[in-house]
Design a protein around this ligand. Sequence first.
Ligand SMILES: *Cc1c(COP(=O)(O)O)cnc(C)c1O
Length: 421
Amino acid sequence: MSGGSWGELALAGGEPVLGSLAPVDWPRTTDADRAAVLSVLDSNLLVSDRTNGVTAVERLERSWADYLGVRHCVGVSNGTTAIELALLAHGVGPGDEVVVPALTFVATAMAVVHVGATPVYADVHPVTYTMTAESLAAEITERTKAVVPVHLHGLSADLAAIGEVARRHGCVVIEDAAQAQGARYRGVPSGASGNTATFSLQMTKNLPTCGEGGLVVTDDERVADRIVQLRQFGETIRADRPRRYVSHRLGFNAKLNNVQAAYTVSQLERFDEYHAARRANVEAFLSRLRHLDGLICPSEPDGYEHAWHILRFAVDFERLLPGVETGAARNLLMRALRAEGMPATRYQMMPLPEQPALRALCHQTPASWPVTQDVVDRSFTLQQRHLPPDAGPLLQSFADAVEKVWSQPKVLQGLAEGAVR
Ligand SMILES: *Cc1c(COP(=O)(O)O)cnc(C)c1O
């Protein structure tokens, strides 16, 4: 259908585009995934002991390292722990500052706090939503030990520029690639740039497990060895001798289990196919929306390959709903889209340092993150659980919903004024 022929908005009592809110349909479990999990259960090799490549954890570590073209990969219990152990393995601790973006999932900063260091927040770019070299340079000090750029929503941060600022200040770069499996920067897969990088296998991510899991990748053997120790009580576990129960450093129990690793090894077989399908679906979806006045679609800058984990749409509400307060306008727009069946959500309700759990630990003011505040105020998202590989038709319905809502600005304006009255 094209412009002008849409019926009444569902929010105003009309027929919705979709009969109901689209269901959550991720991850996709196949018979091969089920068989992989069952064979681990039958083997009784359930945790990540070192066995010279026999366990599923070792197979996953080898497969993901080979997939990226890096030397080492260590499986851990989740993506948050992956960041914590990577920071510890690089010697980050009390007294150190770590620069993280002001727009990311809360885990990025919590990991910093949990190793005893202080998170410092850098603003994000208004179009890519990632930390930039400039925003990093504004926050970096002689106390900064590490920088954690986040490849938010599946788009890599500008690693060359960020790396240059970090190097000038003698800081290590640890990439939070939790949302970026499949992404590329200048042709290099996210996680393979030479920095230590962390991934989440949490079931909502692009490369999922059947629950929780995480991976750390690095080319530095000492960093990998430290993480192997840290995930198992600080012990050195070797395949060629029995466990000794000697702890060399204060470690954790942060092991990944073989059931979850086997599931991910099996998923990895279909990962490229899923990634390509998601890219084609999202491109067809966005191509229908880019012309809409006042809607700023997510984009893929030259030299970047987006993994499309989350789609973030920014809105110029001055054009769409002139005179309506931004928060009210955004909420009305989201209600209108949801009424049509498109599950528009907010991803992050506030800049990270304003999270209740983190506020008291932050000594910066909101003047450090104006772009993040603006992005949070005037954007909405569509998340991975609605972007599975066969979501092409569903995304076309979402495009119908957006076009329908955009075709009736006067109705929206009336609803906004009605809500104010
Ligand atoms: C999911 C996520 C994490 C944490 O991963 P978990 O496996 O859920 O602990 C960290 N950072 C970002 C950006 C994430 O999206």
